[in-house]
Write a protein that binds this ligand. Structure first.
Ligand code: IMP
Length: 194
């Protein structure tokens, strides 16, 4: 395999994926490189895996080239797994993460603090069965917003083995432990053997 298209416009994600797959000689393109106009994909699945499959399959069927998609989010035990697949849309797309994060801190007050980030990745290759990968980053909800790095829910995601929130980790540290980094490592191994 010489080239993979990532069914995403998220530059951060594409950069991480490109850095890893370039090492084994795979060229990584974004959907912006293959479509002139923005394509709208409705993520109406009930799981991370479903949504990643919808994204990868829709693009793969249009371009007939290997296509990778990922879908990720935060699951909080005391909130019955919410915000989960709705992580980006939780309390509304335009609500700031300071507000979303404080709402989660309030919701777990006096309850279990267990939480995890989930990353589902799906690689669709024309005329082959899709490849599924799911990885986790386990932690707890911190009692306050803490740390300047990362994005989204990182300032409230406390990593017990490191004694700090994922927003207090350097990118290099986060890339050793995160759900997305672990999924990418698995993908790397699978593609290396292909
Ligand atoms: P998406 O898969 O890019 O749609 O991400 C879903 C949402 O999950 C993001 O918008 C964030 O709110 C949250 N999320 C996923 N991964 C992370 C992470 O590594 N740190 C913080 N938030 C994350």
């Amino acid at each position: 395999m010489k080239e993979i298209v990532v069914a995403s416009t998220n530059e951060g994600k594409i950069k991480e994926i490109r850095a890893m797959l370039n090492e084994i000689g795979i060229d990584v393109k974004s959907i912006k490189d293959v479509f002139d106009e923005e394509i709208e994909i409705e993520e109406n699945g009930q799981t991370f895996k479903d949504n990643a499959l919808i994204k990868a399959q829709t693009v793969c069927n249009l371009i007939h080239k290997p296509t990778l998609a990922d879908d990720s989010g935060l699951e909080v035990k005391a909130m019955n797994g919410a915000p989960g697949i709705y992580s980006a849309r939780f309390m509304g797309h335009d609500t700031s993460y300071d507000i979303k994060n404080q709402a989660i801190i309030d919701a777990v007050q006096g309850k279990e603090r267990e939480a995890r980030f989930v990353c589902a990745m799906v690689l669709c290759i024309p005329n082959e069965e899709p490849i599924f990968i799911e990885e986790y980053f386990n932690g707890e909800i911190n009692d306050k917003i803490e740390g300047e790095n990362g994005f989204g829910y990182d300032p409230i995601f406390y990593v017990p083995e490191l004694g700090k929130t994922s927003a207090s980790l350097t990118l290099e540290e986060k890339n050793q432990y995160s759900h997305r980094a672990k999924a990418l490592k698995k993908l790397y191994q699978i593609l290396k053997e292909k």
